[in-house]
Design a protein around this ligand. Structure first.
Ligand SMILES: [Zn+2]
Length: 487
């Protein structure tokens, strides 16, 4: 059965990559208002392709309203033959990042080029290639499970007519504004909650550890940002006439910022760690099996001189599984040439907090204000502005039925053990699980060296084929779980 899926994918790889290249010629840059028509064209292309693939439903969904028009998403649905079979919803996006600086591309970003097993184009890895492999995987499953002599694949795929419907209901939601911060996505999920109803959500928009170390992401950090403004005297003061006798807003701000962490690198906002889901020993153990070299990692960290962070955690644990408070910028007083001996009237800082499961960004404003009150600063006015709502963290626990099913599918495709990673960055994934009420599984075959968001974005064509294979086996694995087991 497995070799049948692989053979089908090998035999149809030519057609698949020809289609993908066609899609990649459409410059669907969501951040560029001049490209809105191209994003629309990209959505239309995908809906057409999915209909040709056999999806009975493949629609372009508009987002936003008349006041704030958005860019379209694509929804597709192929119901299972068995109405009691679980429903899987695949998430990805069809918009891409801007391409500047253009002169750093070896070939034009929207003229896909093949080189030594790599496909180069903007969007090849993030995320068009990873969206499209699901269609190939589904076709491969249908082709190898249609004839009765291929044997019964498990639950949910009755012997009769299994060839024209998948063993689980397959839905796709492919967003057109992910690279612009998904401004209308949560609203779209709420509006279409019924048509998007599902038992499990598969996200194909992340990466693996390495081509020879297949892995699954099990969570992404959330984020919320804030600004602190400290106001003192009505105007700058002469530091000789007043220095030492009134509070200096920059000193006050420096004190507050210095107090954000204790000596062990822990964030000092009251209650900040209350909801943090601690890593399990099993997960920490699995992390240690990833080939991680701190020296070369430090090189990728802009040649940072040393690793540093919360005591008691490794570097990858700090990035993936621990929350942070970072100062992104601070300013105030005299920064021009020469000297100006003043007590400045005001001081400012911008902060960002990365959050992990099960923290809630909505708790941070209260915690930050409590922290400022605790550090009482008489004689100055400290104002806090938090940019709500922020982004919620997402998680896919390694012992959940859905993640274990995804891991088995990936192990069948790669023929080796699949490890776990997480993502330090933030995305709209938490909205999916919170609004639709289904668990997440991250199935992706991108690599860090794919240069997503940078010139010369590429994808390993062999890995996209492995992705398609994984998608095909995943259908079996999820069908085998049945509905209550998935949920
Ligand atoms: Zn992406």
């Amino acid at each position: 059965m497995d070799t049948g899926v692989r053979r089908y994918i090998d035999e149809h790889a030519g057609e698949f990559f020809a289609a993908l290249k066609q899609w990649l010629t459409i410059p669907s840059i969501s951040a560029d208002p001049d490209r809105a028509a191209d994003v629309r064209r990209s959505a239309g292309w995908l809906a057409d392709y999915l209909r040709q693939t056999g999806f009975p439903t493949a629609d372009v969904w508009e987002t936003g309203g008349t006041e704030h028009p958005g860019l379209p998403a694509v929804f597709a649905h192929w119901p299972a033959a068995d109405p009691a079979a679980p429903t899987v919803l695949v998430y990805g996006h069809h918009d891409v990042q801007p391409v500047e600086p253009l002169d750093e591309w070896d070939s034009p970003p929207f003229e896909p080029a093949e080189r030594a097993g790599l496909l180069l184009a903007r969007g090849a890895s993030d995320d068009k290639g990873q969206v499209l492999f699901h269609a190939l995987g589904l076709r491969a499953w249908l082709a190898t499970h249609g004839a009765p002599d291929h044997g019964a694949p498990g639950h949910g795929a009755p012997d009769h007519g299994a060839g024209d419907a998948p063993p689980v209901s397959v839905k796709l939601i492919v967003e057109g504004e992910e690279e612009s911060g998904s401004p209308h996505f949560a609203e779209l999920l709420r509006r279409e909650r019924d048509r998007l109803a599902c038992d499990v959500i598969v996200v194909s928009d992340t990466s693996m550890w390495a081509a020879d170390v297949p892995s699954m992401c099990t969570g992404m950090r959330g984020m919320i940002t804030a600004q602190i403004d400290v106001y003192g005297p009505e105007h700058d003061l002469h530091s000789g006439s007043f220095g030492g006798a009134v509070p200096n807003p920059l000193h006050v701000l420096a004190g507050l910022l210095a107090g954000l962490h204790d000596g062990d690198g822990r964030v000092m906002l009251p209650g900040f760690y209350d909801k943090v889901a601690e890593l399990t020993p099993a997960e920490r153990d699995l992390f240690t099996r990833l080939p991680f070299d701190e020296k070369s990692w430090l090189a990728t960290a802009g040649n940072s001189g040393a690793a540093s962070g919360e005591a008691g955690y490794t570097t990858i644990e700090r990035i993936w599984a621990r929350p942070t408070a970072e100062i992104n910028g601070m300013w105030g007083g005299h920064t021009g040439p020469g000297i100006k001996t003043i007590i400045p009237r005001e001081a400012h800082a911008k902060l960002s907090f990365r959050l992990v499961a099960d923290q809630d960004p909505a708790d941070v404003p209260r915690q930050l204000r409590a922290f400022i009150t605790e550090h009482g600063s008489p004689g100055v006015d400290v104002r806090v502005t938090v940019n709500e709502p922020g982004v919620r963290p997402s998680s896919a626990p390694i012992d959940s039925a859905a993640v274990m099913a995804g891991r088995r599918a990936m192990e069948r495709a790669f023929g080796r053990e699949v490890l776990f990673t997480r993502e330090g960055g933030s995305g709209p994934e938490a909205d999916l699980t919170n609004i639709l009420g289904a668990p997440l599984v991250f199935i992706a075959v991108g690599l860090d060296e794919d240069r997503i968001h940078a010139p010369n974005e590429r994808v390993d064509m062999g890995l996209l084929r492995k992705g398609a294979e994984t998608a095909a086996y995943l259908l079996d694995e999820l069908a085998g779980l049945g509905r209550p087991a998935v949920a």
